[in-house]
Design a protein around this ligand. Sequence first.
Ligand code: COA
Length: 178
Amino acid sequence: MSVAVRPARIADVDDIREVIDRYAAEDRMLERSRDFLLEHVRDFLVAQDMAGFLGCCALAVLTPDLAEIRSLAVRPEASGRGVGRALVLACVAEARRLGLRRVFALTLVPEFFGKCGFVITSLGRLPEKSAEECPVCPKRFACDEHAMLLHLDGTIPEPLAANEPVGYTRLFLGQEPR
Ligand SMILES: CC(C)(COP(=O)(O)OP(=O)(O)OC[C@H]1O[C@@H](n2cnc3c(N)ncnc32)[C@H](O)[C@@H]1OP(=O)(O)O)[C@@H](O)C(=O)NCCC(=O)NCCS
């Protein structure tokens, strides 16, 4: 069955919340309230097929140069069909349309983002994120996320230096993730 990706509508909010909550309950992503989703619904894309909702993803613009892919979630029943990649590539296309230069994601599945063309970087190279939002993140004392970056001008982000810390906890608090 073919998959279509489109901007989210208000009527999608309950499906978006349901799939995010499912993974949040397993500590695989951050929970989002219904109010938050309504406020940010214009950031969201959803994937669907003839049978209905398959997954979602959000593109949040952080600066005139940089956007973050957030809240990527594909229903487990739909996994392995290219839905996640279609959502990420649609966010990347939207970032290009907006005129942004870089897109990143903080993720527990760096290999998946690697398949979408992103390369691993250090959160220290994304101070727009690490200075603003990481200090209030519930995972700040045990950050196990990987920062994955894509340059939209075709250049390759500078590779990580040997032993360069990746996540927030080690980088800014000098602690090992628990
Ligand atoms: C991670 C997730 C979005 C993948 O969605 P999906 O629709 O199953 O992925 P796709 O079918 O588009 O996979 C694209 C490629 O990534 C690979 N891939 C998918 N999930 C992967 C994973 N967890 N680890 C490594 N590679 C993965 C696929 O094998 C495929 O590779 P290929 O190009 O060699 O065939 C989905 O499993 C999910 O929602 N996970 C839980 C929530 C989560 O972790 N979200 C990310 C938060 S940033």
